[in-house]
Design a protein around this ligand. Structure first.
Ligand SMILES: Nc1ncnc2c1ncn2[C@@H]1O[C@H](COP(=O)(O)OP(=O)(O)O)[C@@H](O)[C@H]1O
Ligand SMILES: [Mg+2]
Length: 405
């Protein structure tokens, strides 16, 4: 009799861990679920009923290749807030939680899992392979890595020195230079480092290193945006809910590298200038989306003095590279977000974007193993007129740096 019970229990165990889907599935399911259950008991999710400890119902599933999966945990009055706040990644072995939300009927918390060891990083050993990949992407979209593609939009890119911001930015610029529509890019680099070099190669007239010319450039940018308004308005009469891209118009980008340095120099200017620049930035950020005018702000850390909440909330694409301080995540993404726990390599981090990443999602910018400067020179749409005078010395150094990489 007892041997029949044992047999039934074993079969029950095998089936509940999905042995029918294969041995690997079974082992994965069993180890992860078992570990999760133990840790949930430790974390106080168990309810004692008589002699047994009852846990909320857990449903775990994996995709075919085990690269991603889904965890469902039954919601209960007692745990509602707690389930929302708990960082589960540490209990999930090699998997990390990328996103979690409440099911439509509020009965389950759903956690989307990915295998943290899997890489979505693309490797480009030559400019040709880069171009080939880029040709598959539509003209108003940019790829971030092997699985994430976003619409062109206002962007902030944050990360400490060496986290790979500049290279990530280059990978986006190089895409822009090779689209079937022309992109009009402005480059502001208040420290006159490598972005100024790239900018000079692409369009020296729209590359600025000193404060005065950055402000002038921004004014000119905003004026062009204003000029597009009536033009777009007429077009929109026949097509509601459309934007510049529906009419094949040129996207315009204003990139400010080392935004903190820009902001600190700006702080020393008179109030009139400060107000003017702030108003210009606000104008682009609030109105540029439909008109096709975008800002890309690059900085080492984002704190509230640099990017106020009103601005932040209107910048849809936010990327934080490397291992940043909590404060940076909070100012970039807002309070109470769960950033997947892992050791980020150069060029890796997380991003949020309203459509594909409402919660921080892992991003791994491509590895670029070719001469970026040469690529930009070759693909420049404008005549190269040389480097801007003010930055010759610094620019020279930066070119060396670039070339030695
Ligand atoms: N995507 C990448 N491909 C190849 N090398 C990279 C990449 N990202 C970073 N690196 C290397 O790391 C260094 C630092 O990256 P960089 O983009 O300059 O960082 P940051 O701008 O954040 O200070 C670069 O000089 C380069 O050698
Ligand atoms: Mg940099």
């Amino acid at each position: 009799m007892s041997s029949i019970i044992i047999l039934i229990l074993i079969i029950e165990f095998l089936i509940s861990n999905h042995i029918l889907r294969g041995f690997k599935y079974f082992v994965n399911h069993w180890t992860i679920k078992n570990n999760l259950e133990l840790q949930m008991i430790d974390a106080g999710f168990g309810i004692k009923r008589g002699n047994i400890i009852e846990l909320p119902k857990i449903v775990l599933s994996f995709d075919k290749d085990f690269k991603s999966g889904r965890l469902k945990i039954k919601n209960a009055l007692k745990f509602d807030k707690k389930l929302d706040d708990t960082v589960l990644s540490s209990a999930l072995g090699k998997y990390i939680v990328e996103r979690h939300y409440l099911s439509d009927d509020n009965n389950y918390y759903i956690y989307e899992l990915i295998d943290g060891s899997v890489s979505y990083r693309l490797i480009f050993n030559s400019s040709d392979t880069f171009l080939e990949y880029n040709n598959k992407i539509s003209p108003y979209k940019l790829f971030l890595d092997g699985r994430s593609m976003v619409k062109l939009q206002h962007t902030i890119l944050v990360g400490m020195t060496g986290s790979g911001k500049s290279y990530s930015l280059y990978s986006l610029i190089m895409q822009m230079l090779n689209k079937s529509v022309d992109y009009n890019i402005h480059f502001a680099d208040p420290k006159g480092s490598s972005l100024a070099v790239i900018g000079s190669a692409v369009n020296s007239e729209q590359t600025y290193v000193d404060m005065e010319s950055i402000i002038e450039g921004l004014e000119e940018f905003v004026e062009r945006m204003r000029a597009r308004k009536p033009e777009l308005k007429t077009l929109l009469e026949d097509k509601v809910d459309a934007d510049y891209s529906d009419f094949g118009m040129t996207p315009n980008i204003f990139i400010i590298d080392e935004y903190a340095s820009f902001a600190s120099v700006l702080a020393s200017e008179d109030k009139k200038t400060r107000d003017k620049v702030k108003a210009l930035l606000y104008e682009v950020i609030l109105q540029g989306r439909q008109l096709g005018f975008f800002v890309f702000l690059v900085m080492q850390k984002s704190d509230a003095t640099l990017i106020d909440t009103a601005l932040r909330d209107n910048i849809p694409l936010k990327i934080v590279l490397g291992n940043s301080e909590q404060q940076t995540y909070v100012t970039a993404f807002g309070a109470g977000v769960d950033v997947p726990n892992r050791h980020y390599q150069t060029g890796e981090g997380v991003f949020t974007e309203p459509v594909i990443a409402p919660e921080p999602k892992l991003v791994q910018f491509p590895f670029l193993d070719f001469d970026i400067l040469l690529f930009c020179k070759r693909n420049a749409r404008d005549v190269i007129t040389g480097v801007p005078e003010q930055s010759t010395e610094k620019t020279g150094k930066a070119v060396d740096e670039l070339c030695s990489n």
